[in-house]
Design a protein around this ligand. Structure first.
Ligand code: CA
Length: 378
């Protein structure tokens, strides 16, 4: 395979994932490993769903489970640029992986700083690298402050970020990744704005917001199909234990026993542009601390006269993605089944660390599509 941008031989699409692992980040890592066209260059972790110590460790543990302990994993930002750390144990469990508890990874943690890894990888392969951000944008903001040419050095940046023409999932207007660090989001999108202002041919950011990622609802039936494809190995057990926590959260707050799987959908779109349709628009972020704080503001009617700095995803084929997810991750799990190594284990004493002030109190909502998930915990 040759890289279309450079014409040089390539092993595939070079991907650098920036994550806050996180249940759906874990699924995104598995999807990337399971995708033959992806060349996983490195993974950088940061605060978000859990503190960075957990997200970095979770990332190494998941990659090890998937047979890719060789991939460099670097810890990055421990907190937003200007705001206090906020995590979401009510959504992803006390350490980020729901009821799953993976063994301490044996692979070493990189001694490099996450944003440095992003900058170095982009400089080493100018015009080749696809950066996929699946958490708050702090690492990317730090990287772009260190290397203002980053938008021109990357082949592409695609993000799970924002809420376009829909309400937020964290405040009435704000999506979680933007909400955590609006200043970082402004810096990143501002850098892409400056790049296209200087040269309209520069690649725009690609943003997948809630309005499209929430079309990907992973249900117990998908897990059953994955298990049928894979058998009951440790990777399947991990997916079941992690997702059961996520399913219970969505049953409480979103009215269905299943889960929005935002992050793997974005990786799938990064690898196959046929899954999405985009519209070019200039996007900025509100960081006012007022009621609009964390809102992604898209200039759909071109009232500002600014050049589009982003391709916002407006249509995405969730059905094709979910089929592909089951096929690919199921295939990976089948290949890993029965291999030596520690088991993914259920974590029956996983407790809620605290409730986000942005979430209503827990309600006792029974699963709609499945028997009581707690019945299997003993
Ligand atoms: Ca994430």
């Amino acid at each position: 395979m040759r890289d279309a941008a450079t014409g040089r031989p390539s092993q595939g699409i070079p991907l650098l994932l920036d994550v806050d692992t996180g249940i759906d980040d874990a699924l995104a890592l598995l999807y990337a490993v399971a995708s033959p066209e992806a060349e996983l260059v490195a993974v950088t972790a940061l605060h978000g769903n859990a503190p960075v110590g957990d997200t970095e460790r979770n990332t190494r543990a998941v990659l090890e489970l998937a047979g890719r302990a060789d991939v460099e994993v670097a810890a990055g930002s421990a907190a937003p640029l200007l705001r206090p750390l906020e995590t979401t144990p009510e959504t992803h469990g006390p350490h980020g992986l729901g009821y799953a508890a993976l063994p301490e990874p044996g692979s070493p943690r990189s001694d490099r700083f996450g944003p440095d890894v992003i900058v170095d990888a982009a400089r080493e392969r100018p015009g080749e690298l696809t950066l996929v951000t699946l958490g708050p944008l702090t690492n990317l903001a730090v990287a772009v402050l260190a290397e203002p040419k980053l938008p021109r050095l990357l082949r592409r940046w695609i993000a799970m970020a924002g809420a376009f023409r829909v309400p937020g999932n964290t405040t009435p207007v704000s999506e979680w990744n933007i909400h955590c660090d609006p200043e970082a989001a402004r810096i990143a999108l501002g850098a892409w704005q400056a790049a296209v202002d200087a040269d309209e041919a520069q690649p725009r950011a690609t943003l997948m917001g809630l309005d499209v990622t929430e079309r990907a609802r992973l249900l117990p039936a998908h897990l059953d199909a994955l298990a049928a494809r894979a058998g009951d190995g440790r990777l399947t057990a991990f997916a079941r234990d992690a997702l059961r926590y996520y399913f219970e959260f969505h049953a409480r707050y979103d009215g269905f026993y299943g889960a929005f799987v935002h992050d793997p959908f974005v990786v799938a779109a990064a690898l196959d542009g046929a899954l999405i349709r985009t519209e070019s628009v200039s996007v900025d972020v509100d960081a006012s601390h007022g009621p609009g704080d964390g809102q992604t503001i898209a200039d759909w009617r071109r009232t500002t006269g600014r050049r589009p700095n982003a391709d916002v995803v407006v249509e995405a084929d969730a059905h094709a993605f979910l089929d592909r997810f089951v096929e690919r991750v199921g295939g990976l799990a089948a290949g890993r089944a029965g291999q030596a190594g520690a088991q993914a284990v259920c974590h029956p004493k996983a407790r809620i660390g605290r409730s986000s002030p942005n979430r209503p109190a827990f309600r006792d909502v029974r699963p709609i599509l499945s028997p009581d998930p707690m019945a299997t915990m003993e």
